[in-house]
Design a binder for this molecule. Structure first.
Ligand SMILES: [Fe+2]
Length: 231
């Protein structure tokens, strides 16, 4: 099911307003219009090639408020192109009240998910196996260097300033619990190189990553999958 451009624009407006309120600043090109991207030369190719910038998904479920995520990739390497040397990635995630990012693991990427403020982030964890099964074995957890073990399916509460390390095959699902109902939680992600085309294993295999878009008005900003080539 496609997402409407008008819906994406509204999500971007609210997300940017929240970042402002949280005093979290983004690179200048976060504000660029589609026309700005049309005229941006090859010196901006790292942003295009590594899919930096705005990213909105409803995970193919057509219910963004409940199952969805707004992200901005601030920096990233590239798993396929040698000229990009960064072995790391950083994103900011704007997570809604009870808005779920569905259960998934990564084959390659190790990541820290960081609750930066605005409320708590609840992160439910399981071990997974190579076939994608979710196991009921105890899960090793690491919260800011504190290593311990929890039962499968435990909901780990991250309060502002706390983070959890998720290693390969570590199934995770998370949602926000903002201070004010209906508001957002600001979440950081610091990880190894991110490759959304190849490195997400969703437990529910019908989950999608990038939405199809129905153009019902002009785009406020392009998403990271939409940049035109340099002129
Ligand atoms: Fe993840």
């Amino acid at each position: 099911m496609a997402m409407k451009r008008s819906e994406l624009n509204e999500i971007l407006r609210k997300g940017k307003e929240f970042c402002e309120r949280m005093n979290f600043r983004l690179p200048k090109w976060a504000e660029w219009s589609p026309e700005d991207w049309e005229s941006a030369g090859h010196e901006w190719d790292e942003i295009r090639d590594n899919q930096l910038g705005w990213d909105i998904t409803d995970f193919g479920k057509g219910d963004y408020e409940n199952i969805g995520l707004l992200l901005f990739t601030i920096r990233n390497g590239n798993a396929l192109m040698d000229k990009y040397v960064k072995p790391y990635c950083e994103k900011i995630l704007i997570v809604g009240d009870g808005q779920v990012t569905p259960c998934h693991y990564h084959w390659e990427k190790i990541e820290d998910i960081i609750c930066r403020g605005g409320g708590d982030l609840i992160c439910q964890v399981w071990n997974g196996d190579e076939e994608g099964a979710r196991l009921d074995t105890p899960v090793p957890v690491n919260v800011d260097g504190h290593a311990y073990e929890v039962e499968a399916g435990t909901k780990v509460r991250l309060t502002p300033g706390e983070s959890i390390t998720l290693v390969q095959y570590n199934y995770h699902e998370f949602w926000g619990e903002p201070e004010r109902p209906g508001d957002y939680v600001l979440v950081g992600e610091v990880s190894a190189v991110n490759d959304d085309e190849r490195d997400n294993r969703f437990h529910d295999e019908t989950v999608g990553r990038f939405p199809e878009i129905e153009e019902d008005e002009a785009a406020l900003h392009l998403l990271c999958t939409e940049y035109p080539e340099a002129p």
